[in-house]
Design a protein around this ligand. Structure first.
Ligand code: PHE
Ligand code: CO
Length: 296
């Protein structure tokens, strides 16, 4: 048994918000959740389930059902793990907050998905600057039951370990891929564009914005283009990339990226809101309401 896990959040310093990293793997202190914690889970769960009807992709909705998550209480990692291990061999592990990159990649490469044990406070219902239990469980876990996506996540982890050894620039390129797929990806399905990105499904505002707002660009998936594209961490995305299928994502990312990183190093990065010649444009955004600077 581990000691009571810590709740590791960013620190407010004279340099602004600074992320804090932690490597501990912890037991979920389920009996320690307060009634506020369970109520936060319930409020977010019910709100998002409603928002995501005909917005989230069918794989997300179907797999979330299979876990049997309910609004009544924060799920127990052990119970989710029974379903997950039998389904795709993935396992959830409890963590205290953000992990250093290499630690994170190593977990993914071994089919372990780190889940923050603590949930946001009631005053953070609409926005929190770092992943909490709601984002990690509600947002990421459903698609880990999809065999193709499960393999993609593991391959991403292995690719991350490799990129880490190649240097900081390769990691920047690879991180953009994670951002624009796993976190903020859209998928084209028979009935229209749908959400699969975890950063979107765990946010009411962005779930509506990414599909219904005229402001953002919606552009067809292009691996090299994505790895050159900067992104926003503090506002809704200016651009969403649309895959046709999880198979397309898998196929495009199968090759060894080592030569890609070398090519990309010679090319300038692309601002988050640009549309380029050659882009497959589903929707050229109006850019309305965009802030000017701040792409990472
Ligand atoms: N094929 C990639 C590489 O060689 C690994 C990877 C797979 C990266 C899937 C991202 C997603 O680096
Ligand atoms: Co996430």
């Amino acid at each position: 048994m581990t000691a009571q896990p810590r709740r590791v959040e960013h620190l407010q310093t004279d340099k602004g918000n600074v992320p804090v990293y932690t490597t501990a793997v912890v037991e979920q202190p389920w009996a320690g959740y307060s009634s506020d914690d369970h109520a936060t889970w319930a409020a977010l769960f019910e709100r998002q389930r409603e928002v995501l009807v005909s917005r989230a992709c069918r794989e997300f909705i179907d797999n979330q059902q299979r876990f049997g998550m309910t609004p009544h209480a924060i799920p127990k990692f052990d119970e989710l793990n029974r379903v997950l291990k039998a389904g795709t061999g993935w396992e959830l592990i409890g963590v205290e907050g953000l992990l250093p990159e290499l630690t994170f990649f190593d977990h993914l490469a071994n089919r372990r998905f780190p889940v923050t044990w603590w949930i946001r406070r009631p005053d953070q219902i609409d926005y929190i600057s770092e992943p909490d239990l709601f984002h990690d469980l509600f947002g990421h876990v459903p698609l880990l039951l999809n065999p193709m996506f499960a393999d993609y996540m593991q391959a991403y982890g292995a690719g991350g370990v490799k990129a880490h050894g190649l240097g900081a620039e390769a990691l920047v390129n690879l991180t953009r891929l994670y951002w624009y797929t796993v976190e903020f990806g859209l998928i084209r399905q028979d009935d229209g564009l749908r959400i699969y990105g975890s950063g979107i499904v765990s946010s009411k505002g962005e779930s509506i914005h990414c599909l219904e707002s005229a402001a953002p660009n919606r552009i067809g998936f292009d691996l090299h283009r994505i790895m050159r594209t900067r992104y926003r961490i503090d506002t809704y995305q200016k651009t969403y990339f649309v895959i046709d299928s999880f198979e397309q994502l898998m196929r495009a990312t199968e090759p060894d990226f080592t030569p890609y990183y070398a090519e990309l190093a010679a090319q300038p990065s692309i601002p988050a809101g640009s549309v380029l010649e050659g882009d497959k444009v589903y929707q050229h955004g109006t850019g309305e309401g965009w802030l000017q600077d701040g792409d990472v």
